[in-house]
Write a protein that binds this ligand. Sequence first.
Ligand SMILES: [Cu+2]
Length: 141
Amino acid sequence: MSAKQISLVIGVALYALLAVSWAGMPAPDGAKVYFISPTDGETLSSPVTVRFGLSGMGVAPAGTDKENTGHHHLLIDVDELPALDRPVPKDEKHMHFGGGQTEASIELTPGKHTLQLLLGDMNHMPHDPAVVSEKITVEVK
Ligand SMILES: [Cu+2]
């Protein structure tokens, strides 16, 4: 084998390895994540209590290797979903609830904000297919 062929083989092997390690756990048909509260268009005051709903799957802390489970991520004022083949980013706009929390009290500045939920697996990867809520808009007084 030439050096070129060897590097090609290594490249393909690495690619396959990455493809496997970046795949999220499968989500069952009909799995759904949604906001119990607040509701779309609601006007409220900060801090806002956000309650996360999940049906067709179970909530488990990050790191739990159990099929059909995941933990919540709250996306605040995120226009476009993060890459679904990468772990969910962790910053002030992408909050992780890796303890298995099903609600949170969050501080929001006055004005309009969008909220969206994205479920992640034990490695913070979106499931396949991604389990994502509709995006709601709230107004903070
Ligand atoms: Cu996470």
